[in-house]
Design a protein around this ligand. Structure first.
Ligand code: SRM
Ligand code: SF4
Length: 579
């Protein structure tokens, strides 16, 4: 590993001749610096039972422990009228590299949903589980229960390396495209461990002493030095994903660092193409914020990949913009310094020469739904979970399968579940439970258009939502099915605001909340997620979306070239002509 010693970013900027904005650091930078390893007053405020919420400073720090302070937006107006304060609740996000959990861990999370949260589990687009509606007094017991099951929320949010994504079936599938991916989950876990914050604050604040699970994060428990992060952590969130090109379910082009595993002639892993600077959030009408797909910066040999990742992380740590959080993601740094400079700086930091990226043309996509064979003769089944919300009858069924058959449980980047390591002899019994009217895969009800949709959480919990998402996308999809578009394989993603948590900017149709009941409609992304879409229409009423989408699909059906996908057609014709 390279040293990655902390140097003054200003000095580094001057050395590299980078035009730096005047150094007035953001409030969050000051807060992190003075927080004593993210502690601040969090512990005291959590213990204060006279309030149901915490201060803004504690809220900012608690993000690093996977916790967001929210309020129930459904009751906001009514409570305000009644002169009551907001209905304070918290969201807690776990960190599950590659989305891979054991049956025991899944069952523990299922228990937590009732015991400490609102009775649902929310699978996320980064392969984790979120709990919503947690009250302040339940946060410590919740984290303790997670810790007992070797699960963590440390670093699930905040200015650190977030959950590392990986193809959820990479090391189990019998498909030859994965012949080079046997170590993918291991790599995701290695990256995750290395970039877990080292401060003991999470344990000091949340975990009852005798309960500290040392297996979970031995270094974090014993060593306070933030060797990589220093006292101010990263300038902003930082995201890493790993995939093989043929099955780009992790949307590799949207990651700060995307690692693309490449195969040699004998099917073995030769090395990784590294993409940098993907990121999707933007603000309406602020063109200096934009979604960006990652750019290939280098090809590195298998044994060099961790060093190269470390170099990229430390470059962003040292040069990322700490004066404006809207410009702080790696994508803006890459555009400021250029890919050539970046490549050279990686080499300088590691003392290695990296090859130019290899040409990759075999991009594909697989959502892993349905039954598949594993390379060990066992089976996995991908189960559709609409918008990742596991609740009610579906939750009971999944729990029953996990209890009875003890599969491994993997969360997919499409917010679905893969239940793996099922003996072929148990297939019929598992299928019977899935078919039993709960709307899970296997009942024949899943149209292509429903299968390829994703919605972010949005209302009522997300404080940034400008419009609904998870609660309304199923209705829109239902309308499109009624109109006869169900069999079309088109990716539709809805986000309640342009932060784009459903990765809507790389969908064939992206819908972005603009105001209550209104959406900006973007088209022209591709099904494989390799490019961003373009603004087609602004502020379309929710009720008008089926007609707007239907009109475009009709036109595509009439005018498409042989085999031309919807997104490719939109791009070829161009948004102006489509308007
Ligand atoms: Fe996200 C903020 C939910 C994946 C870009 N995201 C939020 C918050 C925490 C709202 C907030 O800051 O107050 C949302 C919580 C809603 C709630 O009530 O639960 C939220 N993001 C989600 C999840 C749960 C969406 C989902 O329906 O699955 C995903 C959790 C992932 C995880 O498990 O770690 C989620 N968010 C994403 C993605 C997709 C991805 O990472 O693959 C993106 C776009 C990729 C990217 O980061 O560029 C994304 N979320 C954002 C942004 C804009 C970041 C930016 O720099 O542009 C914000 C706002 C921010 O950070 O200021 C945000
Ligand atoms: Fe909230 Fe916006 Fe993310 Fe949706 S896209 S979860 S509305 S921040």
């Amino acid at each position: 590993m390279p040293e990655g010693k902390l140097r003054d970013p200003e000095e580094l900027r001057q050395e590299a001749g980078i035009d730096a904005p005047p150094e007035k650091k953001t409030k969050v930078e000051k807060l992190k610096l003075e927080s004593n390893g993210l502690r601040g007053n969090v512990k005291e405020e959590l213990e204060d039972s006279s309030t149901q919420n915490v201060s803004q400073d504690s809220y900012q720090l608690m993000k690093h422990f996977g916790i967001y302070q929210q309020d129930n937006r459904d009751t906001r107006i009514e409570r305000k009228r009644a002169g009551k304060e907001k209905e304070w609740i918290f969201m807690l996000r776990t960190k599950i590299p590659g989305g891979a959990a054991t049956a025991k861990q899944y069952l523990a999370m299922d228990n937590i949903a009732d015991k400490h949260a609102n009775g649902s589990l929310r699978l996320t687009t980064r392969q984790t589980v979120q709990f919503h509606g947690v009250v302040k007094g339940s946060l410590r017991p919740l984290v303790n229960d997670l810790n007992d099951s070797l699960l963590t929320a440390y670093g699930a949010c905040g200015d650190v390396v977030r959950n590392t994504m990986a193809d959820p079936v990479a090391e189990i599938s019998s498909d030859p495209i994965y012949s080079c991916a046997g170590e993918m989950l291991e790599l995701a876990r290695a990256i995750s461990d290395r970039y877990l914050p080292r401060s003991r604050s999470y344990f000091d604040i949340f975990i009852d002493d005798e309960n500290v699970t040392e297996d979970l994060a031995p270094k974090a428990v014993h060593d306070e030095t933030e060797e990589t992060y220093g006292t101010t952590y990263m300038p902003r969130k930082f995201k890493i994903g790993i995939t093989v090109p043929e099955s780009n379910s992790v949307d590799i082009f949207t990651q700060d660092i995307g690692l693309v595993a490449l195969r040699g002639k004998r099917g073995n892993l030769t090395g990784y193409n590294i993409l940098i600077g993907g990121g999707l959030g933007f603000s309406h009408n602020k063109p200096h914020t934009y979604p960006r797909t990652g750019t290939a910066v280098a090809y590195v040999k298998r044994n060099d990949v961790l060093d190269a990742v470390h170099a990229i992380i430390t470059i962003q740590r040292d040069y990322g913009d700490r004066t404006d959080r809207a410009q702080a993601r790696l994508k803006y740094l890459v555009d400021r310094v250029g890919i050539k400079w970046f490549h050279e700086e990686m080499e300088r930091r590691t003392g290695k020469a990296y090859a130019r990226p290899r040409k990759v043309t075999n991009w594909g996509f697989d959502d892993h739904l349905g039954w598949h064979e594993q390379k060990d003769g066992l089976l996995y089944v991908g189960v559709f979970v609409e918008n990742g919300r596991i609740a009610g009858k579906q939750r009971e069924k999944i729990r029953r399968i996990v209890e009875e058959f003890q599969p491994q449980v993997r969360i997919t980047p499409q917010q679905n579940l893969v239940l793996s390591h099922i003996a072929p002899g148990n297939r019929a019994a598992v299928q019977a439970i899935l078919d039993d009217g709960a709307g899970l895969v296997g009942n024949g009800a899943l149209s292509q258009i429903r299968r390829n949709q994703i919605a972010c959480v949005a209302l009522p919990t997300c404080g940034l939502a400008l419009a609904e998402s998870e609660r309304v996308l199923p209705t829109l999809i239902g309308k499109l099915e009624e109109m006869g578009y169900g069999k079309e394989r088109i990716s539709i993603r809805m986000s309640g605001c342009p932060n784009s948590c459903s990765r809507a900017p790389v969908a064939e149709i992206g819908l972005f909340g603009r105001a209550p009941g209104k959406y900006n409609m973007h088209v022209g992304g591709d099904y494989l997620g390799t490019r961003t879409n373009l603004l087609f229409k602004e502020s379309v009423l929710f009720e008008d979306l089926p007609q707007e989408i239907g009109r475009l699909i009709d036109r595509w059906r009439r005018e498409r070239h042989n085999g031309e996908a919807f997104g490719d057609y939109c791009l070829r014709v161009g948004v102006e002509a489509l308007q």
